[in-house]
Design a protein around this ligand. Sequence first.
Ligand code: URA
Length: 212
Amino acid sequence: MAAGTDLNAYAAEIAGCTRCRLAEGRTQVVFGVGNPEAEVMFVGEAPGFHEDKQGYPFVGQAGKLLDQLLGGIGMSRADVYVANVIKCRPPGNRDPMPDEIEACESHLFRQVDLIEPKLVGTLGNFATKLLSGKPTGITRVHGQEQQVELGGRAVLLYPLYHPAAALYTPAMLSMLQEDFARIPELLGRVIEPVPEPEPLLAAEPAVQLGLF
Ligand code: URA
């Protein structure tokens, strides 16, 4: 359970984080929750009212939908790890600002390093853009898995609509359910490891290259 111990230690380390202005209005840092050895990690946007009060991500209506979606593929919260791009609630649930994302992103990257998930489901635009490193929005990329390198490891990034957006839009909910249904198949995929970097100098001794 080394990952669990290290995650707990990291959570304690950042409980007093003051890297950005969101520290001023929060009740607490909402670090993340779930199985530290999970193959599947979900990354949302930022804590809302209930998450800020309770200290855990996705405990409100969007969280209930996430639970249902997981149930639909035979999984539960105990099987996965759930975190957000931003660890503190933005006032009035406004969108996170670019400097807040920049200040907070290394917390998420550290979580990914420790958990070593095989698949990261990015819920909505903010997580998708941050972890793909591309500006393409969720409407265009949802359901399209892509292999990315996170912390030196190959990970399958799987962009998904945000459950909060799907709550009141039946068409989006259907797409989210369809995209979720592919998760078990994606977990069976072999992920190509990140190739070793090429040595800077040719391995052959100079004499074999006919230089002498
Ligand atoms: N929406 C998110 O993106 N994260 C939460 O934790 C709750 C709602």
